[in-house]
Write a protein that binds this ligand. Structure first.
Ligand SMILES: NC(=O)c1ccc[n+]([C@@H]2O[C@H](COP(=O)([O-])OP(=O)(O)OC[C@H]3O[C@@H](n4cnc5c(N)ncnc54)[C@H](OP(=O)(O)O)[C@@H]3O)[C@@H](O)[C@H]2O)c1
Length: 331
């Protein structure tokens, strides 16, 4: 089958003929119809994650899939050929930029019936990230104030909708051209990150979803109410993450050092900083399916490209200008 493969870090993403996937007893073989593009794919290709996600090369990239089940392993109970599914394959099972992929049953959920394959392919990684920040980790409650950075992006566009559904007052940062778009998703307060300083305009926030890191994260700590939390998804990683990943002592120490400054800053302000690296979860995705079919969450697909153009589509993410997600369609 055809797949887009990286043979060496920083090398090109190559259209390659690869063997058919091996279907384990708990795996579901999916004919890929759409695959969302994520900055994570590009970061892996660039080798940015080789210490903490040590993949063996060659590697098929791609973290989001929507498609049709064509076969199941002997112990699979929840899916059958013909089912329409979507998911974010777990760490050792990525590779959705391919015609077919074998995915553990536990990473998949039924595709929402009210949306297209392209829309379903755009959702898993960003919707799970939003869920894990706002529901699992952040336990957002009605009446709380939540700041979602980069509201027009893949994660932000879903996180705004989910935070509103949870009953929060939502502020977001976006460029002026996207102000009405993010208001339409439910944002109560919109800050133009090019001309306004969110730190001067916001205070008393319970939770910040920071997808930018650096100075943006430092400022985010200062808009929190005492006891509030900033959850960073662009880093720096924290010691809890290093422990969860089972990293060796040297890497654990390096990671502790990377986030020492921001954690110190947070402590001084009486707030918390936590790093989150999203994980695959078919169970959480089932809850997201319900929210989509109930009309609570609306996927935002800003660009659709053909399978042939996967490398160009991935490179295009860095140029920005896409509302929500970019997706590739697999014939
Ligand atoms: N740790 C995890 O598990 C995890 C999961 C998902 C994503 N991530 C990371 O989170 C980051 C965001 O991911 P994404 O998929 O949402 O990215 P994306 O879709 O590429 O979003 C980029 C968005 O950022 C906005 N933006 C750029 N500069 C900004 C600024 N200074 N302030 C506010 N907004 C700004 C742009 O909006 P405008 O056009 O309006 O400026 C654009 O819509 C990436 O680094 C990704 O790798 C991490």
């Amino acid at each position: 089958m055809r797949a887009f493969v990286v043979n060496r870090y920083k090398g090109p993403l190559l259209d390659t003929n690869v063997p058919e996937p091996v279907v384990g007893e708990r795996d579901v073989l999916v004919q890929v119809r759409a695959a969302g593009l994520n900055q994570l794919d590009e970061k892996i290709r660039e080798g940015e994650f080789k210490q903490i996600l040590p993949y063996q090369l060659p590697l098929i990239l791609g973290h989001d899939v929507a498609g049709t089940v064509i076969d199941v392993g002997s112990k699979v109970q929840g899916f059958a050929p013909g089912d329409e599914v979507y998911g974010r394959p777990s760490r050792d099972h990525i590779g959705t930029f391919a015609e077919r992929i074998a995915v553990p049953e536990s990473d998949l959920a039924p595709k929402p019936t009210s949306i297209t394959m392209d829309e379903a392919g755009s959702l898993p990684l960003v919707a799970l990230t939003a869920w894990q920040v706002l529901v699992e980790r952040g336990t957002v409650r009605p009446g709380q104030k939540v700041l979602i950075h980069a509201g027009a992006g893949g994660v932000g566009s879903i996180a705004i909708q989910l935070a509103k559904h949870l009953g929060a007052t939502v502020a977001t940062t976006a460029s002026a051209a996207n102000a009405d778009f993010v208001r339409g998703l439910g944002a109560d307060v919109v800050i133009d990150h090019r001309t306004q300083d969110f730190e001067q305009l916001l205070d008393g926030y319970d939770l910040v979803l920071d997808s930018l890191g650096g100075e943006n994260l430092e400022k985010s700590l200062r808009v929190l109410a005492p006891g509030g939390t900033a959850i960073g998804i662009s880093g720096p990683p924290d010691p809890a993450f290093a422990r969860e990943q089972g990293l060796n002592r040297v890497l654990r120490l390096a990671i502790t050092a990377l986030s020492a400054r921001v954690r110190r800053h947070a402590k001084k302000l009486g707030v918390r900083y936590e790093f989150l690296f999203m994980h695959a979860s078919g169970a959480q995705l089932r809850q997201i399916t319900t929210l989509v079919d109930d009309g609570v969450l609306r996927p935002v697909v800003g660009r659709v490209m053909p399978f042939d153009q996967t490398p160009q589509a991935l490179a295009g993410l860095a140029k920005g200008g896409i509302r929500g997600k970019a997706v590739i369609e697999v014939p």
